[in-house]
Write a protein that binds this ligand. Sequence first.
Ligand SMILES: Cc1cc2nc3c(=O)[nH]c(=O)nc-3n(C[C@H](O)[C@H](O)[C@H](O)COP(=O)(O)OP(=O)(O)OC[C@H]3O[C@@H](n4cnc5c(N)ncnc54)[C@H](O)[C@@H]3O)c2cc1C
Length: 339
Amino acid sequence: MSLIEQNGCPLKTERGGRVFPESDHSSDIIRCFSDMLIKAGVDVRLNTKVTDILIKDNSCYGICIKTNNKEEKIYADSVVLATGGLSYESTGSTGDGIRWAKNNGHDIKTCRPALVPFETKEEWVKEIQGLSLKNVSLDMYDEKKKIYSGFGEMMFTHFGITGPLVLSASSYYASYIAKKPDRKEFVKLNLDLKNALTEEQLDKRIIRDFEKYSNKQFKNSLSDLLPSSLIPVIVRLSGIDPEKAVNLITREERQGLVKILKGMELNMSKTRDLNEAIITQGGRSVKYINPSTMESKQIKNLYFCGEMIDVDALTGGFNLQIAWSSGHLAGESAAINDQ
Ligand SMILES: Cc1cc2nc3c(=O)[nH]c(=O)nc-3n(C[C@H](O)[C@H](O)[C@H](O)COP(=O)(O)OP(=O)(O)OC[C@H]3O[C@@H](n4cnc5c(N)ncnc54)[C@H](O)[C@@H]3O)c2cc1C
C-alpha cells in the first residue's frame, strides 16, 4: 500500500479490510505502476509477444520476441518468467511460460481449472438460475468419502452452481483429482439449506408453518421458509403432491421434506473449463525451484514466479499475493544475479 501511495495513488480501506484507489478507478493503479516503471528506466515493449526463451548449456541467456511480425532476440543475464497460468485466455495468459519450461525439461504438474463453477447433472438448476443463497453448507463426496466441507454463499446458474462456497470446493476437488488422475466418477454434492437448524428444530419450524397454513395446499405453505423460486423445486423433490392439503401431510412426508432441505443432493458432472477458472492449479513444479531465489535448479539464470508455478490458494487475495511475493523475490534475485 505504501508503495502505491508513495507513487501518487491515494488508497482507501473499506469494510472487511478491502483496499481500493480513492478514485475507485482501477486505471489509476495501472497508471501508478506505469509511472514506477518509467521512473526506474524500464524498457517496456507493448504489443510484443515473447515467443521463446534462449537456453544454452543449461543456462538461460535471453528471449525471442515478436513485434508487428518483426522478430528480435534480447540477450540478458537473467530471465524471469511471469506469464501466468492458462485461465481466462483473453487476458493474454495462454500458458506460454509453462510450455517453454516443459520444452526445456522442467517437470510440469498437470494444469487444471480451480476456483471454477460446477456443472451438475440435475437440469432443474436452470429453473432457479440467478438464485443466490447465504449460510449454506456444502459437503462433497467421492462415493462415501467426504472430500470437502464448507459454509457460505452460493448461486444457481443455467449449468449448475457457483459462488464463493462452490469456488472453494472446486479448488479442493482439483487437488483431489490431481492425486487420482484415472478417476472417472462424478462427485456428489450435499447442500444443507438450513444450516442454522438441526433436523429436529427444522421439523418443529415446519410443523409451525403447517399449522399456520393448515388449510392451504402444500405448494402454498412454504413461503415463510424458502425463497419463492426455490419452492416448486423443493416441492417436486419432496415427492409430496403439490395440491395436497397441508393438514393431510403425513409425518413421514414432512420428515422427508426436512431431509431434502438439510441434504439436497446434486451430482457434479464436471467443472467449467479453464477459461472460466479464476486460477490454474498445477504448472511448473516447485520441486526444482530454489525457494530462496525462485531460480530454476535445472537451468541457471532462469527464474519463475506467479501463477505459472504449481502453487495456488483459495479466494481472498491470496493468489495475487503469491504472484506479488514470488515476483518480488524473483525480481530481486535476478537483479542481484545481474550485478
Ligand atoms: C476474473 C479473475 C478474478 C480474479 N480475482 C482474484 C482475486 O480477487 N484475488 C486474487 O488473489 N486473485 C484473483 N485472481 C487470480 C489472479 O489474478 C492471478 O493469480 C494473478 O494475476 C497471477 O499473476 P501472474 O502475474 O502470475 O499472471 P497473470 O496475471 O496471468 O499475468 C501474466 C501476463 O503475462 C502475459 N503473457 C503471457 N504470455 C506472454 C507472452 N508469450 N508474451 C508476452 N506476454 C505474455 C499475459 O498477457 C499477462 O499479462 C483472479 C483471476 C481472474 C481471471
